[in-house]
Design a protein around this ligand. Structure first.
Ligand SMILES: Cc1cc2nc3c(=O)[nH]c(=O)nc-3n(C[C@H](O)[C@H](O)[C@H](O)COP(=O)(O)OP(=O)(O)OC[C@H]3O[C@@H](n4cnc5c(N)ncnc54)[C@H](O)[C@@H]3O)c2cc1C
Length: 297
């Protein structure tokens, strides 16, 4: 049985990092899921002049300072993309790749994703459409799958699929040349964009349009892995109340699900580092109270 941590923090941007710092200071056991580069939205910012103490610094410099802070406090990052969270009453079960972790409370700090769903994506989710290659890849061993990668960091997910014997059509949706370890074993299709995912009850094909107006192209597929930097929050956990595209929270950053908190861009505008970090701090304090109450029971 998985050892149960006090709080799982999903997302390693300013909100998740701030939550991890406060949760650690409060003595909670935790895992911080995300990536070692902190957050693309931070590391790619040219210059940030509205975060106290960092005037004139680039996003990359601030990301390094955040990493140093985590290291100084002994807070490790678990470089895993969380594909699903299940409320089990007084704890949560969390799909970490092909493993499962347990936490009494969760703080969701996965940022916002501006992309619209691809036609067919929502209908075929769980029926061949997946957001996590390491979670669902084994189901398609010996079969054919398209990988729509919106971030270069997702290449390792495609490499994993090829390494377990999935026949991969790799479609990079980012700028830059793909640098795949198993690229020779894949069919790499550049300069294309998804138009729709189609199938009768399960994924059967992916329709591509050329980015420069070329004719449509139809690929037969058993699965389509859509790898964006962040997954829509209501796809991560069932029953989460939204306010438009954002997670609905109160002033304690509590959602409608007991023990489930949210912080940062995912809770709404303004999209700002300092707001994200502040909400991460509040969410961790609220999670600490929740965990204490559960432990008293
Ligand atoms: C180019 C650019 C410049 C900007 N400049 C400024 C500025 O000057 N000042 C300012 O205040 N704001 C600025 N912003 C806005 C700022 O980037 C955001 O408000 C801030 O990054 C939000 O922090 P966050 O922690 O909520 O989310 P993010 O920074 O988006 O971090 C989310 C993290 O969660 C991870 N994640 C997502 N899904 C999962 C999952 N399923 N499992 C595990 N991890 C996951 C992501 O990989 C990422 O690490 C800028 C944004 C951009 C794009």
């Amino acid at each position: 049985m998985a050892e149960r941590m006090d709080v799982a923090i999903i997302g390693s941007g300013p909100a998740g990092i701030s939550a991890a710092i406060t949760a650690t200071a409060r003595g909670l056991s935790l895992k911080l899921y995300g990536n070692m580069a902190v957050s693309e939205k931070l590391s790619k910012a040219h210059q940030i002049n509205n975060y106290p103490g960092f005037y004139g610094k680039s996003g990359a410099e601030i990301a390094d300072a955040f990493s140093d802070h985590l290291n100084a406090m002994g807070i490790a990052r678990d470089e895993a993309k969380i594909g699903g969270i299940y409320s089990m009453g007084d704890y949560f079960s969390i799909a970490v790749g092909s493993d499962v972790a347990e936490a009494t409370a969760v703080i969701l700090a996965t940022g916002v994703n501006f992309g619209r769903p691809i036609p067919g994506e929502n209908d075929l989710l769980g029926r061949g459409v997946s957001y996590c290659a390491t979670c669902d890849g084994m189901l398609y061993r010996g079969k054919k799958a398209a990988v729509l990668a919106y971030d270069q960091g997702e290449e390792k997910e495609a490499d994993f699929l090829a390494s377990i014997g999935v026949e991969v059509d790799y479609i990079p949706m980012y700028k830059g040349t793909p640098d795949l370890a198993n690229g020779d074993a894949m069919n790499v299709i550049e300069g294309a964009a998804p138009k729709s995912i189609e199938g009768d009850g399960k994924v059967e094909k992916l329709i591509l349009g050329g980015a420069n107006g070329e004719a449509e192209r139809e690929l037969s597929e058993d699965a389509v892995f859509i790898l964006r930097s962040s997954i829509a929050p209501d796809k991560i956990i069932d029953g989460l109340e939204l306010d438009g595209n954002h997670v609905k929270v109160d002033r304690k950053m509590a959602t409608n699900i007991p023990g489930f908190f949210a912080a940062g861009d995912i809770t709404g505008t303004p999209y700002q580092y300092v707001k994200a970090a502040g909400e991460g701090n509040v969410a961790a304090i609220s999670a600490a109270s929740y965990v204490a109450a559960i432990k008293k029971k």
